[in-house]
Design a protein around this ligand. Structure first.
Ligand SMILES: [Zn+2]
Length: 192
């Protein structure tokens, strides 16, 4: 079991800044804009400010410094890896990414499910890097996030999604998928 240190996180943040100039870690409770968004979303989502990490304008917005301080380092690191994929995808596919997140309503099939799948591959990768394994609990945890209401029933086809994640798990175990983003591995190529 490899523990994640603050040093690992700092090194990773520096690496993100090299690939995404302007990348920064921000906190919703310190942002006027986020407070406005939180107020607007209040009728449909009362936990936007306190329970969700959001990406916007090339930055990651965590709920607050206090919230993050309570997280294990590994959770912080995995979240950064997940959100970085969203920031890179938003940069590569600007319009599609924004539109699919703006359409924040229950939908049978949303493009958001596709972006989120790409993000959750990082959660699997970080677990593999730390423990050399990927537990079935993690697969189930991810599936629940797709099929439940919190994320607008992104992808309610539980069995199909489980199959996809199992295949992804196998690819990771075989070493076919690795690194913080499919297009830029540590210390190697630049993003496309
Ligand atoms: Zn996400």
């Amino acid at each position: 079991m490899k523990d994640i240190s603050q040093q690992d996180i700092d090194t990773y943040v520096t690496w993100c800044q090299q690939h995404l100039p302007g990348f920064a870690i921000c906190y919703k409770d310190e942002s006027t804009l986020q407070k406005w968004i939180g107020a607007l979303l209040w009728p449909i989502n009362k936990r936007y400010m306190t329970a969700y990490t959001t990406v916007m304008f090339g930055k990651i917005y965590f709920p607050s410094r206090e919230t993050v301080a309570l997280w294990p380092k590994a959770q912080m690191y995995a979240t950064l890896r997940h959100e970085f994929v969203h920031l890179m995808d938003a940069k590569r596919f600007p319009l599609w990414f924004e539109i699919s997140y703006l359409l924040f309503f229950p939908a049978v099939l949303t493009m958001r499910a596709y972006w989120e799948y790409r993000g959750y591959v990082q959660n699997l990768l970080v677990e593999y890097e730390r423990t050399n394994a990927i537990s079935e609990e993690t697969i189930t945890w991810i599936v629940e996030r797709f099929v439940r209401s919190e994320y607008g029933w992104m992808y309610p086809f539980r069995q199909h999604l489980t199959n996809i994640l199992q295949r992804t798990k196998q690819r990771i175990l075989k070493g076919e998928l690795r690194g913080p983003y499919p297009y830029c591995e540590w210390g190697k190529e630049t993003p496309t």
